[in-house]
Design a protein around this ligand. Structure first.
Ligand code: NAD
Length: 259
């Protein structure tokens, strides 16, 4: 096991990619704080990790609230004894073309996806530096590398995560903290498959959600297969064990983006 004696924290860990990341970290021996705005789902992921023999704590935390972010980080240090790996995964999407994109929808996506990552890093990076080091992984997206019509605010938020991550990585490069981002391609979580997910919103007439999903996977991804939460979790484990990978935004997208 590659992460024995390490303490990890995953935001948005109640379901989807965050849950997959928490499982991969626990499988490698890390104790995990699972945080989510939906406290019940955070606890349910933590419970599953404990059932499988791991150490895990579920905590309700909204990443847009500094007080809750600080409390979430304190849970790691006080209940699990430290913070070595932080994965800032919580995020939301919305599909709107400019004419229908309201100021409040712009603010919702930017606040959760960008301010949330900022608040988390602010609570995590100095603490890690003071304790001798650590790893932070922020979740960006292929939409942080390529623009998509109908997703301008989401793309703006993920391009921001890429730039923020690279800048912060340079600030902390000599303080023992490695900071990187992961850019997933298409993962069949609620973000795509849920009632308000992208496959539902972008369905053609007569097409089911599953058929729309398959169409996007087939036409957009060179490999023709989607990525899984475990694919993203494996990249987190790699970054947590790669001391000289710094400031990168690594695509796990089956060959979609070129940079
Ligand atoms: P998801 O909607 O399935 O899960 C998101 C999780 O974040 C949920 O558990 C939700 O409760 C939580 N969350 C939402 N707002 C929160 C807040 N304010 N505070 C704390 N938790 C909050 O989405 P997912 O597909 O698992 O996405 C995870 C991350 O990966 C997101 O940052 C997303 O943008 C990114 N991503 C996803 C895909 C994809 O294809 N699914 C592709 C690229 C990037």
């Amino acid at each position: 096991m590659r992460l024995e004696d390490k303490v990890a924290l995953v935001t948005g860990g109640g379901r989807g990619i965050g849950k997959g990341i928490a499982e991969c970290l626990a499988r490698e021996g890390a104790a995990v704080v699972v945080a989510d705005i939906d406290g019940a789902s955070a606890e349910s992921t933590a419970q599953a990790l404990r059932k499988a023999g791991g150490r895990a704590v579920g905590v309700e935390a909204d990443v847009t609230r500094a007080d809750q972010v600080d409390a979430m980080v304190r849970t790691a240090t006080q209940e699990l004894g430290g913070l070595d790996i932080a994965v800032n995964n919580a995020g939301v999407v919305g599909a709107k073309e400019l004419e229908d994109l309201s100021e409040s929808e712009w603010d919702r996506v930017m606040t959760i996806n960008v301010k949330g990552v900022f608040l988390c890093c602010k609570a995590q990076a100095p603490l890690m530096a003071a304790k001798g080091g650590g790893t932070i992984v922020n979740l960006a997206s292929v939409a942080g590398k390529i623009g998509f019509p109908g997703l301008s605010h989401y793309c703006a938020s993920k391009f921001a995560v890429v730039g923020f991550t690279n800048s912060l990585a340079k600030e902390f490069a000599r303080k023992g903290v490695t900071i990187n981002a992961i850019c997933p391609g298409l993962v069949g979580t609620d973000m795509w498959m849920g009632a308000e997910g992208l496959a539902s919103v972008w369905r053609n007439e007569g097409e089911s959600v599953e058929q729309a999903w398959e169409r996007f996977v087939e036409t957009l991804l060179p490999q023709g297969v989607p990525q899984t939460p475990e694919d993203i979790g494996e990249m987190v484990v790699f970054l947590a064990t790669a001391p000289h990978v710094v400031g990168q935004s690594i695509n796990v997208d089956g060959g979609y983006a070129t940079h």
